[in-house]
Design a protein around this ligand. Structure first.
Ligand code: NAP
Ligand code: GDP
Length: 322
């Protein structure tokens, strides 16, 4: 960190995933790294972070001064509905191992990743950073939500007990290249890109799950990566910060479908399967805190980002995670 005598050596857990790959691109191709810095991007092949001994061994090996902690069991609504307990247990284990090992290795700063889906289900809108613990999360993803909430509890206790300034970001739904495009497990955007690609290729209908009325805010992984670097370097609070587009940029799932079909030039029929869940109807987040710090930050226009993502998926169909 600026001001520290040691050159920054940043360990990125989850470095092989959607967000990790975007950070790697910003660091390596957009001049995101500074002179003398070292950036290490981990995958689960380097260490299973649910395992305490493997977590300690990877910290011992790399001796990081800073950690961006992205590694997690991640998935869309329909994976959560099937595996709520796994989300709870795996993410509790990963987060406790990473945060406690970081402290043991005298890591200066950890930026962990929460999500706007961990907020209370019954709430007033827009949701802000002060409201994380104000009531139970939506039951569809309660396991993941409680595990993620504990990161905030851990960070506060670690500050109270040891004075560590470990913090967390709270992104909305993320999308971009290198996402998980598995139809059953993925988040809505990658799942629908994959489904639309197949419907166009095979001349079949596009099946959307749920009514299409649920509202979501989306952030492009590269915008999030740029903001993550800012948080790592400049943001000094233990309190988390929501990283989101504005409330006015909230979209219905149907808006998303329209953008994807346009980007992939799909003109066939679109069916909404209303027997499937809509999940949380909305989780409108407020980005006033981000805007206070970064009034200048420009988000990539949604359609531009969708088009880039669809083009990436079509060009990388054979190797994409799916
Ligand atoms: P992702 O693409 O699924 O990547 C997950 C990463 O975690 C991969 O690098 C994976 O490694 C690693 N990982 C999983 N289990 C691990 C384990 N046991 N040990 C070590 N590494 C493990 O996820 P993402 O979308 O980039 O998510 C990054 C962060 O953002 C997560 O903390 C997630 O909760 C949060 N988030 C995501 C969204 C979203 O819409 N995607 C929204 C809000 C917040 P392998 O590649 O080796 O499997
Ligand atoms: P969430 O934002 O945490 O609820 O998770 P998702 O990214 O999985 O988004 C779920 C929303 O997208 C719900 O309203 C679903 O009904 C809707 N949706 C529509 N089609 C799909 C699909 O093919 N996969 C997923 N995961 N969600 C879909």
């Amino acid at each position: 960190m600026e001001g520290s005598s040691r050159p920054m050596r940043v360990l990125v857990t989850g470095g092989s995933g959607l967000v990790g790959k975007a950070i790697e691109r910003v660091v390596k191709e957009e001049g995101g790294a500074k002179e003398g810095e070292e950036w290490i991007f981990l995958s689960s092949k380097d260490a299973d972070l649910t395992n305490t001994a493997e977590t300690k061994a990877i910290f011992e090996k790399h001796q990081p001064t800073h950690v961006i902690h992205l590694a997690a069991m991640v998935g869309g609504l329909f994976r959560h509905l099937r595996q709520n307990l796994d989300f709870l247990r795996k993410n509790l284990a990963i987060n406790d191992n990473v945060l406690h090992t970081a402290h043991e290795f005298d890591v200066v700063k950890v930026v962990s990743c929460l999500s706007t889906c961990i907020f209370p289900d019954k709430t007033t809108y827009p949701i802000d950073e002060t409201m994380i613990h104000n009531g139970p999360p939506h039951e569809s993803n309660a396991g993941y939500a409680y595990a993620k909430r504990m990161v905030d509890v851990h960070n506060r206790a670690c500050f109270q007990q040891y004075g560590r300034r470990y913090t967390a970001i709270i992104p909305t739904n993320i999308f971009g290249p290198n996402d998980n495009y598995n139809i059953e497990d993925a988040h809505v955007l990658p799942a629908l890109i994959h489904k639309t690609y197949l419907a166009k290729r095979d001349g079949t209908a596009l099946e959307v799950w749920g009514s299409g009325c649920a509202l979501r805010q989306f952030i492009y992984s590269l915008d999030l990566a740029r903001l993550c670097l800012w948080v790592l370097r400049e943001y000094d609070e233990v309190e988390p910060i929501i990283l989101s587009v504005g409330e006015d940029d909230e979209l219905t799932i149907k808006d998303v479908v329209d953008s994807i079909t346009e980007a992939l030039e799909f003109t066939g029929p679109v069916i909404y399967d209303t027997s499937k869940s809509d999940g949380q109807l909305k989780k409108t987040a407020c980005n006033a805190k981000l805007r206070h710090y970064r009034p200048d930050f420009t988000f990539t226009p949604f359609y531009t980002a969708i088009k880039e993502t669809c083009d990436w998926f079509a060009s990388n169909y054979d190797s994409a995670r799916k």
